[in-house]
Design a protein. Structure first.
Length: 664
């Protein structure tokens, strides 16, 4: 690649900062002396090869089908236990499971234990929860240009929270070094999932009353036939002002502004939902230009889609995505990122769609309009993710780009359960219609993977494709806390809350924790732990459905599966596996087993086939090949070896690059 003067200056600065960290430059080879190459590692949320092959024709996902056929692939990859997004991604970036990373679920018990109860938690997606070295820290230390694009546990200083009182010298040193590395110019890490100012929204005349324009400027040149109609609403902490305008007596667009100035606002034109094939055209082409917002020091952007306006202006349907702040490890990167990418948001509007925000869904008797509107939000998400990846790749010229995409998880949570023939009330016609909607979303996922491949393969580099978990349909709900309560292991007070002075075990919905004396308010002494564990296992196994069939098919303690990293300071003492079509919940009320809305999810035992994810590599120097199963702990060491850096310092997995290059 050609490097301009600014990049040469950056390199000179890098060499100067490198000596401050007392780490040797990586040169052109791996720590073992082999060649170094560029790489992109992308995690496709909820990517399962078996589910994809079974449900998506090759013409829908040609890139992914080709990668599975012609790439160097593991038979499957075994996720974290529980197989949830935050914990599995911490494993992807560090090469270690939750008993090392500290990230055991999407919401993690809060450390230090002496200061917090087992009921207190914080976000496992946060960098505060991380207690292990991520690949961007390793690469930065060794002088390798690295970028992270909306990766979990980023972009700030990892917490290395103390287990019981204060951080150990090792944790203090690791945290200090991470801060120094995150300040280096060759390290670019961003994440927009840490802070949000507002959710996806559909604005209508009912939610933002129409009135005559007052104090609007810039109206010169606008048609007064029909007379413009104004409306306003709160988008997060800000107010957005809208103006319906048209011509020849008919309303046809909206002008959106922060300051009631039509001349500086953006226009959203009323057009029917997109119905053209996805490939071969611009994505999200009917959205407005972005409206720039600045809130509490954050640069934000909003796009608008006017799906419908009545000719007389009496009603309209205007959508905007969630308002998510993008954090970067260095403030100097923010303006350049936003100028090029013009904003970002974290997920498609699947929850708004599921609630009927775009109109009745197909399973609610709709005619497909809601689905068509939702699909355009998925297009916008794909476009903005691709823009961000391209910006990082082209401006930072990283040897390693770590990336992410959530769209498959979004749609499979929403629709995959409806496609399961075993579901009570299964409707083949409805399933077929929803399958076609799902196919269009996964086609966008496929386009995303193909776009990343087009960035890295021409450089002689490799695209590594992985994921975090599979998916399982469900329509029954298991409440382990109710089972513990019925066994006398959990006690609630008069207010319905858990009474920790009388409770010996509690579940966060994914595992059971003992209320040890190591935790604030804990009552289980060390000599009594084994007895309480056996009581917990018995209480879980006693759960039955109406036919007397066990709900829990097995219970496990950390020593049963040491290779899965169960337990640890923020992990559980007892885990379980569940009967088919059943998902767990932490809820304290309701029956132990009950009916639930149709859904699909994860978090189950990762050695069960529907929880398997993938690990594949594509490069011009890699031949089609299949190796045996791998753990997700192998991903970071393998990618590290390819790009020429050491495995992350806390990794417990080992590289399988040699096996991907040569037959077993």
């Amino acid at each position: 690649m050609m490097r301009n003067l600014s990049l040469l200056l950056l390199s000179a600065l890098l060499l100067g900062r490198q000596s401050d960290l007392d780490a040797p430059p990586s040169g052109d080879g791996t720590p073992g002396g082999g060649p170094a190459h560029q790489a992109i590692l992308v995690s496709i949320d909820a990517l399962s090869e078996s589910i994809l092959r079974r449900t998506l024709p090759r013409e829908v996902a040609p890139t992914l089908h080709r990668i599975f056929q012609d790439g160097a692939c593991a038979e499957y990859a075994i996720s974290h236990y529980p197989s949830v997004t935050a914990a599995a991604h911490a494993t992807l970036w560090t090469g270690a499971y939750g008993n090392v990373t500290g990230v055991t679920t999407n919401t993690v018990p809060l450390l230090p234990r002496s200061q917090h109860t087992i009921l207190e938690s914080h976000r496992g997606f946060s960098y505060e929860a991380l207690r292990a070295e991520a690949l961007w820290i390793t690469a930065g230390r060794e002088g390798v240009s690295v970028a992270g694009h909306h990766v979990t546990q980023a972009p700030g200083l990892p917490g290395y929270l103390p287990l019981d009182s204060v951080r150990t010298p090792r944790d203090v040193a690791a945290r200090r070094e991470a801060g120094e590395i995150l300040a280096l110019p060759h390290v670019r890490v961003m994440n927009g999932y840490n802070r949000s100012y507002g959710t996806h929204r559909v604005v209508t005349a009912a939610s933002a009353s129409l009135h005559k324009p007052q104090d609007w400027r810039g109206l010169d040149g606008l048609s007064l036939d029909p007379a413009p109609r104004a409306f306003a609403w709160h988008a997060g902490p800000d107010s957005i002002f809208g103006l319906l305008v048209g011509s020849n007596g008919t309303f046809d667009r909206a002008i959106l502004s922060r300051n009631k100035d039509a001349a500086t606002g953006v226009e959203a034109w009323a057009t029917p939902p997109e119905d053209a094939p996805i490939r071969g055209r611009p994505l999200a082409r009917h959205f407005s230009d972005p409206l720039r917002l600045e809130v509490e020091g954050d640069i934000l952007h909003l796009w608008f889609r006017l799906f419908h306006v009545e000719p007389d202006g009496e009603d309209f349907v205007l959508y905007h995505p969630s308002i998510d702040a993008v954090e970067l490890n260095r403030p100097d990167l923010a303006e350049a990122y936003h100028a090029q990418v013009q904003g970002w948001f974290g997920n498609g509007a699947h929850n708004l769609y599921r609630r009927g925000g775009f109109g009745p869904t197909l399973w609610q008797g709709g005619d497909g309009t809601a689905e068509s509107r939702y699909l355009e939000t998925a297009e916008l998400l794909t476009r903005q993710f691709n823009r961000g990846s391209a910006w990082l790749w082209e401006t930072g010229e990283p040897r390693l780009l770590l990336d992410y995409f959530p769209l498959g998880d979004d749609i499979d949570h929403t629709l995959l359960g409806f496609l399961e023939p075993a579901r009570p009330g299964y409707d083949p016609e409805l399933a077929g219609a929803l399958a076609r909607v799902r196919e269009r979303v996964w086609e966008l996922v496929d386009l995303r993977v193909g776009f990343l491949e087009s960035l890295v393969i021409p450089t002689g580099g490799a695209l590594f494709v992985s994921g975090d978990h599979g998916m399982r349909p469900s329509w029954r709900i298991f409440r382990p806390n109710r089972a513990l309560e019925e066994a006398g292991l959990l006690v609630r007070g008069a207010d319905g809350a858990v009474d920790l002075s009388r409770t010996v075990a509690y579940s966060n919905g994914y595992f059971v924790m003992l209320n040890r004396t190591a935790w604030r308010g804990g009552i289980v002494e060390s000599h009594d732990e084994a007895r309480v564990v056996e009581r917990v296992r018995a209480a879980l196994m006693d759960a039955r459905d109406s036919q007397g069939v066990p709900v829990v098919t097995g219970t496990y303690v950390p020593e049963d599966f040491p290779e899965l990293g169960m337990g640890g300071p923020t992990g559980g003492d007892v885990y379980w596996s569940l009967a088919p079509f059943t998902r767990p919940s932490w809820e304290l009320t309701g029956p132990v087993l009950g009916e639930a809305a149709v859904d699909a999810g994860h978090g189950f035992l990762p050695t069960e086939p529907d929880m398997f994810t993938v690990f594949c590599a594509v490069a011009t120097t890699l031949a089609p090949r299949r190796i045996g199963p791998v753990h997700l702990t192998a991903v970071a060491p393998t990618v590290a070896e390819w790009v020429g850096v050491s495995a992350p310092g806390d990794a417990v997995g080992e590289s399988v690059l040699g096996r991907l290059r040569s037959p077993d």
